[in-house]
Design a protein around this ligand. Structure first.
Ligand code: CA2
Length: 148
């Protein structure tokens, strides 16, 4: 069974604890459960990870080479700051779907620019946690998984 990596950046471990008007009420554990359920419908296995550290996220992207068929990536605030993460996304040569729970374009102007978007295969923004489902479905479509 093909496997995909769902990777989450800084502060996403706080999901469901604060700012429900922006990020909803679901916890990161809830997001993991919905990702596993969605991936199963496409015949895909899931590794689910979160880190608050830029280098750890880069290491996780590198490790996905050879072990995973693609990545659904919510880089959190590093989206707007990190050339290093953009280089990692572009360097691993795997399809990467960038996901943001909130509509970053309807928020502060510093959230309007993404270093990741130019190197992502697809982008899902402002669909709430359903964005992870959409990202997985798109990844399944791109990698041609059995039931995608
Ligand atoms: O909308 C998204 O998914 C973001 O990637 C979330 C990041 C933010 O910096 C990006 O601009 C957009 C922030 C994640 C922090 O999540 C929290 C959740 C609950 C309480 C506090 C932070």
């Amino acid at each position: 069974m093909a496997s995909i990596l769902i990777l989450n950046g800084p502060n996403l471990n706080l999901l469901g604890t604060r700012e429900p008007e922006v990020y909803g009420h679901e916890s990161l554990a809830d997001v993991e459960a919905l990702c596993r359920a969605e991936a199963a419908t496409h015949g895909l296995d899931v590794e689910f990870a979160q880190s608050n550290h830029e280098g750890a996220l880069i290491d996780a992207l590198h490790a996905a080479r050879g072990t995973h068929a693609g990545v659904v990536f919510n880089p959190g605030a590093y989206t707007h700051t990190s050339v290093a993460l953009a280089d990692a996304v572009s360097g691993i040569r795997l399809p990467v779907i960038e996901v943001h729970i909130s509509n970053v374009h309807a928020r502060e102007s510093f959230r309007h620019h993404s270093f990741i978007s130019p190197v992502a295969k697809s982008i899902v923004v402002g669909a709430g946690t359903n964005g992870y489902r959409l990202g997985i479905a798109q990844l399944a479509h791109l990698i041609g998984s059995g039931r995608g």
